[in-house]
Structure formats: C-alpha cells, structure tokens
Design a protein around this ligand. Structure first.
Ligand code: DON
Length: 625
C-alpha cells in the first residue's frame, strides 16, 4: 500500500499567483525527519533530507513571464515541507506554522501559499476548494456540494452544509419506469441525475464568515491553474483515463478533457480549462451571484431541458447553505466533531465508536479476527440504522438521541456478544471509484477546517453545460431511488431518504475533527461513498487504540461492512491468512477489494503539525511550512 515519492518536473508546478515576480525561481521542497525542525534542516543545508533519507524535489518555473510560483512568491522556500505518498509509516510531513493535505499536490501548494500569505485555515480551505475544482476534476468541483467542519481558535466548532438539493421538479418516483422499476443509469448520468450545486455558496459563506483574505486572492490560484493549465502527472492522467471513453461522447467535455485529436491525455500534457477559468473569474469579481444568477444557470437550464433534465435557473436562485453545530460524541476521552444530517457521516461514525468504546480493542491486536469481528458487527448495526432512519433533517425527524445513546450502544453490544454473522440478501459487491475528495487544513493560530465535497460518481453526471466549464454532479443517486434497491455504493436505503423537491440526499461524507481538551488533535476525512465512514473510523481507531503514527494509520489496510451486502470487504493483502480463516469459520463472507478511500490527515502533537497524504491517491500531497 505504499508508494514512492513523486518527483515534480520543471514544468509541473505552475503555482501562479502574482504578476511581475521572477518566473525562474528554483527551489526544493524538503521532508525533514520527524522531530527535526524544517527551519533547522534548511539551515543545516539539508534541503532534501526526508524521514526515509529520500528526497522530494520540485522546482518551479513559470511558462510565461507573468506566471509566478505562488509558494515561492510568498514564503521562504527553505521552510516549506512537502510529501506526496509515503514509503514508510513514519513519513508524515512535519511543519510548524500550517499544514494542508489534499488529494492533489497543486491544490495543497495553493493552500500552503494562502497560509503563508497570512490567510487562516478557512481562507486556505476556500482556496483549496476552488483549486481542486481545477486540478482534481473527477472530484474537486464547483458543480457539486459538500460539508465543512470548522474549529475556530476561540474554541468554537461549526459546520457548514453545502450539500446539493433536489430540483423543484424532482419527485419520489422520477427514476422509475411505469412498472415501478428503476431505469438503469437515469439517476447516475446526464442532467436528470444532477442536484442543485452548493459548493460555490458554501465556500463563499465560509470565506465571508470566517476568512480574512479578499475573495480575489482566494480564487486567483485556481483561475491561473485553469487559464494557463497545469501539467499532468501520471496520477492525474490515470484519473482522467478512467472516463476517457465517456468524454468522447460529449463534444463539450471532449474539447477540454481529450487531446485535439481525440486521444486521451498522457503524463506531461498540459490541461487548460478556459471556460472554467472564466467562470471562476466571474465568481472572483461578482461573488456567488455569478454562479447562482444570470447566464450560468440559464445555460444549465437550456442544456438540461434539451436533454430531458429538470434543473432550472430558479433552482439555482433558490439554493441556500445552512450552518449549525456539528455532531459530537466522545470516545476514550477525545471529542469527535463531525457531520450531522443530511450526512450520515458523523452519526454512523459516533454510533460505531459508542459501541466499540465498550471493548478494549488494543489487546485484541490490529487486524485480528476478534477485533475485526467486533468492528464489523458494530458497523453492521450502525449501517442498518443509517439506511433505515436517516435523511435530510429539513424533511425527516432523525432519531439521533436514541441512536447515539449509551444505552442503545450497550444493547447492540449485548447482541454482538451473543451472535455470529447473520445472513442477508446477496447483492453485487461495491467497487471503489475516484469521485469525492477530502482535504484538511490547519493554521498556526489554532483554526482548522475539514472539507469533504463531491460530484458523487466519477466526473459526476458526466455533463458540462456549454460555456460553463464545470461538471454537474450526479448526487440524486444518493437518494433512495426505490426502497430496497441498492445505489452506486450498494446502500439499500428507506423512505427517510426518499426524493422530494428541495431535499438534500443523505450523504456518508464525514469531515471530522478529533479534539482533546478543547484543542484539535486530528483533522481528517475521506472519499469512498458508504466506505467514508469506516475509513475515518478505522483511522481514528488506529491512532487512538493502536497507537499508530499518522502516516501509518492512513496507510493501514481497511475493512468495511455496511449490513448489505452481507460481506466483509477487505483491501488487497489487508488481512492475514489466519484472520481470514478464523472469520470464515465465524460465518463471514470475505470479499477482497481494490484499496479504497483516501484519508487526508493532519495530526497535531506537541505543538507540531504532521500531515499524511493517503498513497491511495498518489497525486496528493501534504504541504506545510
Ligand atoms: O455523499 C456521499 O456520501 C457520496 N456522494 C460520496 C461519494 C464518494 O465518496 C465517491 N468517492 N469515492
């Protein structure tokens, strides 16, 4: 599960922000050993020393005279630390003043540049959100939605909900044929699959309420990356390759995401997104109205209605974000701060933690059959409740108090102790695709932001309305299309998550903070659909119960059980033969899957910041300073 470091080529870091600076500055990004100050390493002339004795090198050269390396423009390069992937458990990137970990290294660099420029964690989170919309087009977005969990230096926690809403013309049966059967693909591709996007209003709300830099400053790196393009690494090109055949079917998409001759992009090619640059520029100048009013929603409505969709300009005009308290619980003395409904993320995470708190996991050993058994049975119960009870709180009553009570956890433990694996309907195994993205940001003042946002399936609904430059989401598939029918992630859900106009589909996204004594200890989250919750859960257990170092926890193999299908999914080579034999004897069906999720983690320990990028997303990087 490890990958080597990524070497960035001369043209691979178009980290541009300010006009007029020297475009030829060179520098290197270093990985000081854990416990060693980056400043000290730099002073000692250890520009490329890493924890593994390996180098992470990159240098920056603008391709035009006006291009400027953002990081180099703002900060003393010798104090920058970066890492993409990792080769050993201890290889988290260490820094003193700020840290950004995202699934795309340019975006991480943009965030670190904003921090270095005096922005706080929320400024950086907003800038990274826009940058990922450009450099991580499968997943980063302005055509989707998500959640931001924030800790402020004064001790407050808050949660911004910018989840998509169902269009006004949406109905419970909109994806069923006259016989009441779901129509294949209708909720997953094309305009009818799209909810009303929330990302732009969510990012703007965050910046306005909690940021301090001007909107133009936060958007400029993304605009430059879109307008001038960025050079694709192998990892970037691989993500585009997943959907290259589909890109070819839509001329608007093909013009941007395929070469002029129709072939797929290769590493070293430059991806330029002119329409997206114009869209971002308009947001920079006019604010969210540029996205929610006027020509952009009109263009979406025109393209949508021409293709059987129901999105209207009025849906955009009616869109609103909400802000409120995050969902919290405690686990072994830590405070878990995560996503409330309309995400199931925090509720299901806390429900599983409540159950597990009654066991002493450490002596059972990481990955042992006994510990996996307890984990999986807790997951089974929590996912059953998720799929039965949870939905958008604006529409349904979520029985949170009951689900999160210690009595309820004790009752479930009693059942687990008594029982073995229970049979359930056979459903297709779920296969991970790269679609959502999570990033974590911490600044030097004590602010932190965990953001998970998505267009759901890979490249969302696969459509870009002409002239808009952004992929629309296919988030409508997160609703219950029909009770009893599995969605993209194999989730079999109920009436609480039925489609209704203006309602938000139930999510599994779990941007999470773990706090101790009022201070942030961990910032984390993951993509992975229904597996987001278990990826976050297991990373917390790996650190809190098993004492793993941050990078080790991120890399550790994962298991997943969501009730239905009734099987334990495990990552390739993630369970020992002894464990698999014993679990099989206990009655479990085990299904090996390709690695899933991408936990982007920051741990704060002894006043220092440790960033761990998940090597399952090799384009990502932890960058601090
Ligand atoms: O909100 C949700 O739960 C899903 N739409 C997330 C999709 C996702 O994580 C896809 N990534 N692999």
């Amino acid at each position: 599960m490890t990958s080597g470091y990524t070497r960035l080529s001369a043209s691979a870091l178009p980290l541009t922000l300010l006009p007029g600076r020297d475009p030829g500055i060179r520098g290197s990004l270093s990985l000081p050993a854990r416990g060693e100050s980056p400043r000290k390493a730099a002073r000692q002339g250890l520009p490329l020393a890493g924890t593994r004795g390996r180098a992470f090198q990159g240098w920056v050269r603008g391709s035009r005279s006006r291009l400027v390396p953002v990081l180099l423009a703002f900060i003393d390069l010798s104090v920058l630390t970066a890492g993409a992937g990792a080769a050993s458990p201890a290889a988290a990137v260490e820094a003193e003043h700020g840290m950004v970990v995202s699934a795309q290294h340019y975006a991480s660099a943009v965030g670190a540049g904003i921090l270095a420029q005096g922005g706080n964690a929320i400024d950086a989170a907003v800038a990274v959100g826009y940058a990922l919309a450009v450099v991580d087009p499968c997943c980063g977005n302005i055509g989707g939605g998500g959640f931001m969990t924030i800790h402020l230096k004064d001790g407050r926690d808050t949660f911004i909900n910018f989840r998509e809403t169902a269009p006004a013309a949406a109905t419970a049966a909109m994806y069923l044929d006259p016989a009441g059967k779901p129509v294949a693909d209708l909720s997953r591709s094309g305009y009818l699959a799209a909810g009303v996007p929330g990302t732009v209003m969510g990012l703007e709300h965050a910046a306005q309420e909690y940021g301090r830099l001007a909107r133009g400053v936060l958007l400029e790196p993304a605009i430059n990356l879109a307008r001038d393009g960025y050079v694709l690494s192998r990892a970037d090109a691989d993500i585009l390759a997943i959907k290259a055949d589909r890109f070819a079917k839509d001329p608007v998409v093909a013009r941007v995401f395929l070469r002029p001759d129709g072939s797929r992009f290769e590493p070293g090619d430059r991806l330029v997104q002119t329409d997206l640059a114009a869209m971002l520029e308009a947001i920079a100048q006019q604010g969210p109205d540029a996205f929610y009013k006027g020509p952009i929603p009109a263009a979406v409505e025109t393209a949508s209605s021409a293709s059987g969709g129901i999105l209207t300009a009025q849906d955009f005009a009616d869109y609103r974000v909400t802000e409120g308290p995050p969902l919290t619980c405690s686990y072994r003395g830590y405070r878990i701060v995560s996503a409330p409904p309309p995400s199931s993320g925090g509720t299901t995470l806390c429900q599983i933690l409540n159950i597990l708190e009654g066991y002493d996991l450490k002596p059972l050993g990481f990955g042992s059959a006994r510990s996996v058994h307890l984990l999986v049975e807790a997951m089974r119960h929590a996912y059953r409740d998720r799929n039965t009870y949870l939905g958008d709180p604006a529409f349904v009553q979520n029985p949170l108090e009951r689900l999160l009570s210690t009595d309820y956890a004790a009752r479930i433990r009693a059942e687990i102790d008594a029982g073995n694996a229970a049979p359930s309907a056979a459903l297709q195994p779920v296969h991970e695709k790269a679609e959502t993205t999570h990033y974590s940001v911490v600044d030097g003042e004590g602010n932190a932001a965990a953001v998970t946002y998505t267009i759901n399936g890979s490249f969302g609904a696969g459509v870009i309305a002409p002239g808009t430059g952004f992929f629309l989401n296919n988030e409508m598939d997160d609703f219950t299309v029909k009770p009893g029918t599995p969605n993209l992630y194999g989730l079999v859900q109920g009436e609480a998550n039925a489609i209704a106009r203006g309602k938000r589909p139930l999510s599994s996204m779990a941007p999470t903070l773990v706090e101790k004594d009022g201070r942030v200890f961990l910032v984390l989250g993951s993509p992975g659909g229904s597996r987001i919750i278990t990826a976050v859960l297991e990373t917390i257990l790996d650190i809190v119960d098993y004492g793993m170092a941050p990078q080790q926890a991120v890399e550790a193999p994962r298991v997943h059980h969501q009730g239905q299908p009734d099987e334990i999914d495990f990552e390739r080579s993630g369970l020992t033969p002894e464990t698999t034999v014993e679990l099989t004897t206990r009655g479990y069906k085990l299904v090996e899957q390709r690695p899933w999720g991408a936990v982007e983690l920051i741990e704060i320990a002894n006043g220092r910041l440790y960033g761990a990028n998940d090597p399952r997303r090799p384009a990502g990087a932890a960058i601090g300073y």
